[in-house]
Design a protein around this ligand. Structure first.
Ligand SMILES: NC(=O)c1ccc[n+]([C@@H]2O[C@H](COP(=O)([O-])OP(=O)(O)OC[C@H]3O[C@@H](n4cnc5c(N)ncnc54)[C@H](OP(=O)(O)O)[C@@H]3O)[C@@H](O)[C@H]2O)c1
Length: 293
């Protein structure tokens, strides 16, 4: 095994996120080697100063650690599978998104081939790693994180969550659970404004202003969920009616209200549950104990 520069990182996977990582590492003076399935995507990174590995094994050899930035964990097996003989003694930091269970299985698989493993979830503002809101969750053995935290620091601020390989994906996917419907809801709102003949520029400051109330709701909802505070049937019925108003406001002007129909279906489920029992019904508990449709 060749002696590596301790300030060297290999990056496998050069989608928008992998490229942002390479750029941040090079800017911090780290020696970077890259490999990507579609080789042409490495060209721009080589122009920036990265070295090109012609094989996955070469990439694993070159860096003190190897970061994977792939679409999902399945891609890790496709990429590293043919190069398992080069894994022994290496450190793999998989910053790809997937389920917690797939991250745990991935970690076990990497270790079964003699390598160290860390998992991570990149909580960035898109691929803008330098944005003040960007940070990365890490999980896996504390000593592996501590040994490489300094080398990984140029990527974004770090939040180490614990030794369970899956926990970074638990927190990451929980945050994306909020973000995914928000993305669709925001475009639906913009479509309502535009289709109603109004200017998005006029609407945007109000959307930002409404957003500033969300931390208040988050704290109140988190406190209520932990306290098991009962939510009343009247409240669920009110939200059902409110969802109908959102659906009407969208559909009156030809906007797709699929998302709002889904939220209304959930409020109706809460109404039905509250009508069937005298026990306290909370949305938090309905979410926790999903019943088949
Ligand atoms: N982009 C963002 O804003 C952002 C933000 C936070 C987190 N993330 C997460 O970061 C990860 C990477 O993001 P990205 O936007 O760069 O993703 P992406 O555009 O999906 O690119 C992923 C990379 O995975 C490779 N890949 C996919 N399937 C493969 C396979 N079967 N075998 C070999 N290589 C494979 C692609 O190779 P080819 O080039 O050959 O297709 C590409 O290099 C994802 O897990 C994403 O969820 C992204």
């Amino acid at each position: 095994m060749s002696q590596q520069n301790p300030r060297s990182v290999s990056v496998i996977g050069l989608g928008p996120m992998g490229q942002a990582m390479v750029t941040a590492l090079l800017a911090a003076g780290v020696e970077v080697t890259v490999w990507n399935r579609t080789a042409a995507k490495a060209d721009a990174m080589v122009e920036l100063g990265a070295a090109r590995a012609s094989t996955v094994s070469d990439a694993l050899e070159a860096g003190a650690i190897t970061i994977l930035s792939l679409t999902h964990y399945a891609a890790m097996y496709d990429v590293l599978g043919p190069a398992v003989d080069s894994l022994d003694g290496r450190t793999i930091v998989n910053l790809s998104s997937d389920s917690p269970e797939n991250a745990r299985k991935g970690g076990a698989w990497v270790r079964s081939h003699g390598a160290r493993f860390l998992a991570g979830g990149v909580m960035s503002a898109g691929d803008n790693l330098a944005h003040p809101a960007s940070y990365i969750f890490y999980s896996g053995p504390r000593e592996v994180f501590d040994a490489h935290a300094e080398l990984l620091r140029p990527l974004s601020p770090q939040e180490y969550l614990g030794p369970d390989d899956g926990v970074s994906q638990v927190f990451y996917q929980a945050l994306l659970t909020i973000f995914h419907p928000w993305l669709l809801a925001f475009d639906q709102a913009l479509a309502v404004i535009a289709n109603s003949g109004h200017e998005i520029e006029q609407f945007l400051p109000y959307a930002i202003r409404a957003n500033s109330a969300f931390p208040y709701f988050m704290e109140a909802f988190a406190e209520a969920a932990q306290a098991g505070r009962r939510e009343g049937l009247a409240g669920f019925r009110m939200m059902d009616a409110g969802a109908q108003h959102v659906i009407d406001a969208s559909e009156e002007v030809g906007v797709d209200a699929t998302l709002s129909h889904t939220s209304q279906a959930f409020w109706r489920k809460a109404v039905a549950a509250a009508e069937q029992t005298t026990d306290p019904v909370t949305i938090f508990n309905l979410m926790r104990h999903a019943s088949p449709e």
